[in-house]
Design a protein around this ligand. Structure first.
Ligand code: ADP
Ligand code: ZN
Length: 748
């Protein structure tokens, strides 16, 4: 028997190794990235070929043969396969796990046919836009038809038939309009995110760039043309026109015959961007995100793989998009924590985008008004190129920003209202003089902690400078980094006042309170319920943008990059709630959230105003946000990160344990702690904290513990984690579950 072809296959199991199989004789040569079915024990698994080679037979090995070859063309191009390999190493997970993120759901199951894109009916207005209003006016005797025309006109002449139906436009009305030959009904391939029915939220096409945009665009276009494998931090204040800049760079990449990858935190939250891209790139656009059905997602993915789609827009997993020749990668709102996947595989979409950019030899643009500490550090150290746009377009001023100190409000009003006097009077103003308001209810951080009403400080851990979490049942406060515990104190440890208050509840009153304070105010909510009822964020936003309400009330989701010109007031309630979050990133999140929310105000002709209510009114994160001073914030925050050895001055990993039983979970966590501390690489250059109960100490019936690893040296950290993972794999599962999280974003 002569040499035979073998392949190394990654299978979808949590084992960090490949399995070798013989390649069927007579079959066309194997290609890395091809999917195959292999026998595995008594099961069959769908795996991906990671390596192909020819070798002399080794009689000591009894290799089994690949059972089926699922595709002639590899699902994943070589550069993506390399990225999977890198990511598996870096995040200390199995390649098979990483592949689950890289392949669309339809592909992990064996042998399905590629799906076709579903179709839908789109109603469009005929005749040039100048005539629309005239026609509408001529329909005085047919109000139903006039109403339909009006809806269509406001939606830029295009709406989904189903959306018209939802607005009570009947088939008879449409038939009548068809008979007049004023509308047309097209049977079109389903747009990825139904942008057809979305009114223009973002103004028209941009004709002339501002001076800042001009300079930055020129630099990026050069980078695209020269194929500079570099990272650019595009830092522009809210409303500076960053999107326009990267879209022009994208156009340059397309012109050069290459492809473009645009990552956003959550597509569902930025419908305006999706529709803007759909208009701009039409059929060249493919959209990948979890909101699509498996079939839809698969169809877009296939178009990208075949090179029919030239621009891919997607959430974090799109970093693995099967594009063969990427000429530009954009990571929009690069600071957003949703780029990190919080289940296995725990990768960071932005960080992998940087890796992919180097491999593709193409520029990567990280865009944000409030960059992450990590990205800003690289830019100021000169490792990345820093592009800055310090002004809004049309020289629109940044919003006027005031902070209401709730300690004072409490003293002066004597009771705890949710809405301060300043916010009340600003809303009154809107009620009587027009304009619109967005009110942000900061819910992140409504975890239970103790706050002193008198001094505004939360009760914090003596050595970690994070607030202690209240465990009511045990009447204790605990630090979830180092395990420090104490009894609930009767008085504030800082000022000795007895005004300790448990924070975390009561926000549901807000809508009622508003209705009483400012009668007649039209209020719209954007919470999970409302979103479900309205059929998505886009529907609510576009109704708000059309002026159907004076106030939009919501949580974090209303802070994301919406561009609604009518918004003149932004109110932020509980602006400091996240500051007390038991996480070293609490100040960074707060600064980002507050700045982003504030950035929604005054994007139209009228100047904007922001009112933020907080107990810790003099915290630097709030003061810097008020002053629109990112660099100042960075300097303040960096001092603390450096002193306590947190990123970006160190690299972190979390090792989490979950277990049905408290004692067994704790024991396992202690055992892992012992293993880690015994590692030769542990010591001065690798600090191990814990184990401690995780802030969410019990979740879905599991007790949770964690250890935190800190080091200045990435290599050392990775080595230690790999040895830990090896030992765990050798032992197999033991009733508990161990999670390794490299570069954790949330420490809950
Ligand atoms: P950012 O992402 O920096 O907050 P956007 O890209 O959303 O800003 O742009 C803000 C608004 O300004 C959008 O409505 C956009 O259409 C508009 N805009 C951008 N550039 C220009 C320009 N050069 N001239 C006029 N309007 C512009
Ligand atoms: Zn501590």
């Amino acid at each position: 028997m002569g040499a035979r072809r073998r392949v190394e296959v990654a299978v979808p199991l949590p084992v960090r190794r490949r399995f070798t199989y013989l390649w069927p004789e007579g079959a066309a040569p194997p290609l890395p990235g091809q999917r195959v079915v292999v026998p595995f024990g008594r099961r069959r698994l769908t795996g991906v070929i990671m390596r192909a080679e020819v070798k002399e037979p080794d009689p000591s090995l009894r290799l089994r043969e690949v059972e089926r070859i699922l595709e002639a063309e590899p699902s994943l191009p070589p550069v993506v396969l390399d990225l999977v390999r890198f990511a598996a190493d870096y995040y200390v997970v199995a390649e098979g796990e990483m592949l689950r993120a890289a392949l669309p759901a339809g592909l992990s199951a064996a042998g399905r046919e590629p799906a076709s894109i579903p179709r839908e009916d789109v109603v469009t207005l005929k005749a040039p836009p100048e005539m629309w209003e005239e026609r509408e006016a001529s329909l005085g005797r047919a109000p139903a038809q006039a109403a339909a025309l009006c809806l269509l006109r406001k939606a830029a002449g295009r709406m989904l038939r189903q959306d018209l139906r939802r607005e009570r436009v009947t088939a008879a009305t449409l038939r009548a309009l068809l008979a007049r030959d004023w509308i047309e009904i097209l049977h079109e391939p389903r747009q990825p995110h139904a942008p057809a029915s979305l009114p223009e939220l973002t103004g028209g096409a941009v004709k002339n760039l501002t001076g800042d945009q001009e300079i930055v665009t020129a630099r990026l276009v050069t980078a695209v043309e020269q194929r500079e494998g570099k990272t650019f931090l595009l830092q522009g204040v809210t409303g500076s026109g960053k999107t326009e800049v990267y879209l022009r760079a994208a156009a340059a990449a397309l012109k050069a015959g290459r492809q473009v990858l645009i990552l956003v935190p959550e597509i569902g939250l930025t419908p305006a961007l999706a529709s803007r891209l759909a208009r701009r790139f039409g059929d060249l656009l493919a959209v990948l995100h979890s909101g699509l059905s498996g079939t839809q997602r698969r169809a877009h993915w296939d178009r990208a793989r075949r090179g029919e789609a030239r621009v891919v827009l997607g959430a974090r997993s799109a970093v693995f998009a099967p594009l063969a020749d990427v000429g530009l990668i954009v990571v929009d709102e690069e600071h957003d924590s949703s780029y990190k996947q919080d289940e296995s595989p725990r990768y960071h979409g932005r960080d992998l985008a940087l890796v992919r950019g180097r491999a593709e030899q193409c520029p990567v643009v990280l865009a944000s008004a409030t960059p992450s500490m990590e990205s800003f550090q690289r830019a100021v150290q000169g490792k990345d190129t820093h592009l800055i746009m310090p002004r809004r377009v049309h020289a629109r001023p940044m919003p006027r920003f005031e902070i209401v100190d709730l300690r004072r409000e409490f003293r002066e009003v004597g009771r705890a209202n949710l809405v301060s006097r300043a916010l009340e009077s600003a809303l009154m103003d809107i009620r009587h003089h027009g304009g619109q308001a967005m009110l942000l209810l900061n819910r992140r951080g409504w975890a239970s902690f103790l706050l002193c009403r008198a001094c505004g400080d939360p009760v914090s851990c003596p050595s970690c400078s994070v607030s202690l979490t209240l465990h009511k049942d045990r009447r204790r406060l605990a630090c979830h980094y180092c395990g420090h515990e104490e009894r609930v104190p009767p008085r504030c440890p800082c000022c000795d006042h007895e005004a300790l208050q448990e924070m975390g509840a009561g926000t549901e009153r807000l809508e009622d309170e508003l209705a009483t304070l400012v009668p007649g105010l039209r209020i719209m909510r954007m919470d999970a319920d409302a979103v479900r009822r309205a059929g998505g964020h886009a529907a609510i936003l576009s109704r708000f943008a059309k002026g159907e309400a004076d106030v939009l009330l919501g949580t974090q989701m209303i802070a994301k990059g919406h561009d609604i010109p009518g918004v003149t007031l932004v109110g932020i309630l509980g602006g400091d709630a996240a500051l007390s979050f038991p996480d070293f990133r609490a100040a960074e999140w707060t600064f980002q959230l507050v700045s982003q929310a504030a950035g929604r105000a005054g994007r139209g002709r009228e100047p904007g105003r922001v009112i933020l209510q907080a107990f810790r009114a003099d915290h630097y994160a709030l003061l810097r946000a008020r002053d629109h001073d990112y660099a100042g914030f960075y300097a303040d925050e960096d001092r603390f990160r450096r002193a306590l050895l947190y990123p970006p001055h160190a690299v972190l990993a979390a090792v989490r344990v979950r277990h049905r039983r408290f004692d067994a979970g704790e024991k396992l966590a202690m055992h892992l702690g012992d293993l880690l501390r015994a590692d030769p690489d542990a010591g001065e250059h690798l600090r191990i904290l814990g184990p401690a109960p995780a802030p969410l100490a019990r979740l879905r019936g599991y007790y949770r513990f964690h250890l935190l690893l800190k080091s200045r040296r990435r290599r050392r950290l990775t080595a230690v984690l790999r040895r830990l993972a090896d030992q765990l794999e050798k032992k197999g599962r033991q009733g508990g579950h161990v999670i390794i999280d490299v570069d954790p974003v949330s420490l809950m």
